[in-house]
Write a protein that binds this ligand. Structure first.
Ligand SMILES: Cc1cc2nc3c(=O)[nH]c(=O)nc-3n(C[C@H](O)[C@H](O)[C@H](O)COP(=O)(O)OP(=O)(O)OC[C@H]3O[C@@H](n4cnc5c(N)ncnc54)[C@H](O)[C@@H]3O)c2cc1C
Ligand code: FES
Length: 275
């Protein structure tokens, strides 16, 4: 199904310069490649999403099954020209269906949705990911690549599976994953802490970008807070609409309940009251 509607979110309505977001529409699949058992990299062509998406923004994918009305959200992982790639794990009915897409198929999408990471600081960006949280961090690394005022380090909590390291390593200066440390992501951060010293990284202050399971992100916040390191978290929540109308995705923050899809998914540690 294709609708040629163009919509603005309420946040966009307040900004005269914000780009128009295209409504739900069909796009052609360019490639759907299995990277590891039940992990796929889906690439589709859409010049507008490619041009307007930023790291931590996501797109809704729609099932062709009429009994499966709710879209599934996926973070944008990479953009090359007018091609947009997502990286997803098969965990249920929707992702099983998307894993069967082939080049030339059409899929309905809506996006980009949500608010991106703030990458405006000159900084050493430390990308801390786990579970399904790696894709937005790969896109952040891609966007930071080549910037003279940024150093990037990835610290990923995947066990055994190397595809995340393979995907991010072309873009980052330093890459570490859980197999480099014995334990969890916080143990990994402990083990690489000496490498984060600004004196070893052009004097640049550390900024942590993190995405993954909630307990992991809370542990990252608890690690960063006593060290005075600023953190941005891209939250995962169960979603329905994906753009602020159904109120399914609310999360408690320091200033009350917020919708993860439209007021997030990115929040600072301060905003979440995690400091
Ligand atoms: C903003 C956002 C970005 C996301 N980005 C990615 C991504 O880049 N790659 C990726 O693989 N997944 C991502 N997810 C999770 C993805 O949306 C779900 O895995 C997907 O919707 C599951 O659909 P399904 O029909 O296969 O599973 P379902 O049959 O709906 O559920 C199967 C299992 O997956 C869990 N699940 C379903 N939805 C979510 C969710 N929103 N968050 C966490 N667990 C869920 C359920 O609890 C259940 O255990 C993201 C989620 C959000 C909210
Ligand atoms: S998913 Fe509907 S308001 Fe967030």
């Amino acid at each position: 199904m294709s609708t040629a509607l163009f919509t603005r979110t309420s946040a966009e309505q307040g900004s005269r310069r914000a780009p128009l977001r295209q409504g739900r529409h069909a796009v052609p699949v360019v490639e759907n490649r299995m990277l590891a058992p039940d992990v796929y990299r889906l690439t589709f062509r859409d010049a507008r999403i490619a041009r307007s998406s930023s790291p931590a923004q996501f797109v809704n994918l729609y099932s062709k099954d009429p009994m499966s009305l709710l879209p599934r959200p996926f973070g944008v992982c990479e953009v090359h020209g007018d091609e947009v790639s997502l990286l997803f794990a098969v965990v249920g009915k929707g992702t099983r269906e998307f894993s069967l897409l082939r080049a030339g198929d059409a899929i309905d999408v809506l996006g980009p949705l949500g608010n991106p990471f703030d990458l405006s600081d000159s900084a050493h960006y430390v990308l801390v990911g786990g579970g399904l949280g790696v894709p937005p961090l790969i896109y952040a690394a891609e966007r930071l690549y080549g910037r003279e005022d940024a150093v990037t380090t990835s610290a990923f909590g995947y066990r055994d599976v190397r595809f995340a390291r393979d995907a991010v390593s072309p873009y980052v200066h330093h890459t570490y994953d859980i197999t480099d440390a014995r334990g969890n992501v916080v143990d990994l951060l402990d083990s690489i802490e000496p490498h984060l010293d600004p004196d070893r990284n052009r004097g640049l202050p550390v900024r942590i970008l993190s995405c993954g399971p909630m307990p992991m992100m809370r542990a990252v916040a608890a690690w960063a807070s006593p060290r005075g390191l600023a953190c941005q978290f891209s939250l995962e929540a169960r979603m329905a609409c994906g753009y602020g109308t159904c109120v399914v995705c609310v999360v408690d923050t320091a200033s009350g309940r917020k919708k993860v899809c439209s007021e997030g998914p990115v929040f600072t540690a301060q905003q979440l009251g995690w400091e």
